[in-house]
Design a protein around this ligand. Structure first.
Ligand code: 6PG
Length: 477
């Protein structure tokens, strides 16, 4: 028993994570349901470090030093439960099972509770950064017990990405499902970022008349400024790519139906339960669903569109600058909504999540990594109980500066019939929060009218009901 850590489930993510541990000097036990994949890993990458090949679950567990640290990298849902059922009986109190898949946090809570009774630490861990990140340094979001982090933390810090200031992109997010919850919201924000970038692209193309290669250059320029991020960087790469078979821009030969594996949808489902308005993330999920309704789209192709003419060439560059403003302002709103959901989850489940620490570990390694996250960290470091990112002076000022252009972009989009649900939802959220009065007062009046659901008054405490069908006098409810 010499391995400090073991990885079972050696598909791309598991394999790369195992190699990452080995490259960092750890002895890594490796196991896979079909042993051939495990042998292939040892054969191909054995020279990178110290691996212990385990053909069976028993061999795997026996190879681990105690307390055992066992990473499972299998599909979320039933496959994860199956692996836990296989290994848990072989473990002893104090051992740790680290689930690095994209599990639903409610499953993680359930598993953590069950294994805790056996004295086993179950550490639901968000891992972001795709294949490349798993190998060279992901952003890591572990939940589970504090004790487990004392033992695991140093190893995770070693294999994680490092932010520009050298800080490892890993922190103990909170107990039980906190890590997977935060990873879920990370993915929701990822969906929103991708949707907003998609809308910016479509506007540059359909309103300003730019070609994909030109738009790639615009994104490259944006990537040198405040939008500097991994997703903007890869957007430029995808847009400048030319399809070898046809010579057309790659983006024009890909079927325009976006798929999803579920984490963005979960973010919205949970937000609905928590009563947190994540309208930008919701629009991003719905935009993917809409894109996939091929028959519905086909049946709708002949619906009337606007008659306005697109912009002239002379106006294109100024419009592109406005789109940058709209994109940046909408991005601030998506992150505001995402962090609100993390805060609400933390309250609901008693996780005590440090939002500044979460923004800090998203600065490197993960898909939404961006210079921007360092500024969010600064905002929460300055004030841990910030009610919303929009209450941070710097972000509020930036939105104030961007808002005229943001509105103009939406006017142009509407006039030209370019769908921009993400930009529009973000602006509506901003304007709703700013509003002195909302039509919610009317909604309450309607509810009281048809269902005697009562309302509160602005000038007095208590609940009231108006006798709508009678003399319309008011009674205390
Ligand atoms: C990451 C990614 C990763 C994956 C998601 C999103 O953080 O490394 O978010 O988890 O790409 O599963 O995928 P879908 O777009 O398929 O939902």
């Amino acid at each position: 028993s010499s391995a400090q850590i073991g990885v079972t489930g050696l598909a791309v993510m598991g394999r790369n994570l195992a190699r990452n541990f080995a490259r960092n000097g750890y002895t890594v036990a490796v196991h896979n349901r079909t042993a051939a994949r495990m042998h292939a890993l040892v054969e191909e990458f054995g020279h990178e470090g110290s691996f212990v090949a385990a053909e069976t679950a028993k061999e795997f567990v026996a190879a681990l030093e105690r307390p055992r640290r066992l990473v499972i990298m299998v599909k979320a849902g039933e496959p994860t439960d199956a692996v836990i059922e296989e290994f848990a009986p072989l473990l002893e109190p104090g051992d740790m099972i680290i689930d690095g898949g994209n599990a639903h946090f409610a499953d993680t809570r359930r598993r953590e509770r069950a294994l805790r009774e056996q004295g086993i630490h179950f550490v639901g861990t968000g891992v972001s950064g795709g294949e490349e990140g798993a190998l060279n340094g992901p952003s890591i979001m572990p939940g589970g017990s504090k004790e487990s982090y004392e033992s695991l933390g140093p190893m995770l810090e070693k294999i994680s990405a490092k932010a520009a200031d050298g800080a490892p992109c890993v922190t103990h997010v909170g107990p039980d499902g906190a890590g997977h919850f935060v990873k879920m919201v990370h993915n929701g924000i990822e969906y929103a970022d991708m949707q907003l970038i998609g809308e910016a692209y479509q506007l540059l193309r359909d309103v300003a008349g730019y070609e994909p290669a030109q738009i790639a250059d615009i994104f490259r320029t944006w990537n040198t400024g405040r939008l500097d991020s991994y997703l903007i960087e890869i957007t430029a790469e995808v847009l400048s790519h030319v399809d070898a078979a046809t010579g057309k821009p790659f983006v024009d030969v890909v079927v325009d139906q976006a798929e999803q594996k579920g984490t963005g949808r979960w973010t919205v489902q949970i937000a609905l339960d928590l009563g947190v308005p994540v309208s930008g993330i919701a629009e991003a999920v719905f935009a993917r669903s809409l894109s996939g309704h091929a028959a519905l789209r086909e049946a709708s192709r002949r619906l009337a569109g606007p008659t306005a003419a697109p912009l002239g060439e002379a106006e294109a560059a100024a419009f592109a600058d406005r789109v940058e403003q709209a994109l940046y302002a909408s991005k601030i709103v998506s992150y505001t909504q995402g962090f609100h959901e993390v805060a609400a989850g933390s309250d609901e489940y008693g996780w005590d999540i440090d939002l500044g620490a979460v923004s800090a570990i998203w600065r490197g390694g993960c898909i939404i990594r961006a210079a921007f996250l360092d500024r969010i960290r600064a905002a929460y470091d300055a004030r841990a109980d910030l009610p919303s990112l929009l209450s941070d002076e710097t972000f509020a000022r930036e939105i104030a500066d961007a808002q005229d252009d943001w509105r103009e972009v939406l006017i142009a989009a509407t006039r030209q019939g370019v769908p921009t649900p993400g930009f529009a939802a973000a602006l509506a959220y901003y304007d709703a929060l700013r509003a002195e009065r909302l039509p919610a007062a009317l909604t309450q009046g309607q509810r009281d009218y048809f269902g005697a659901h009562t309302y509160r008054r602005t000038d007095r405490d208590g609940s009231f009901h108006t006798l709508w069908g009678d003399d319309r006098s008011e009674v205390s409810a």
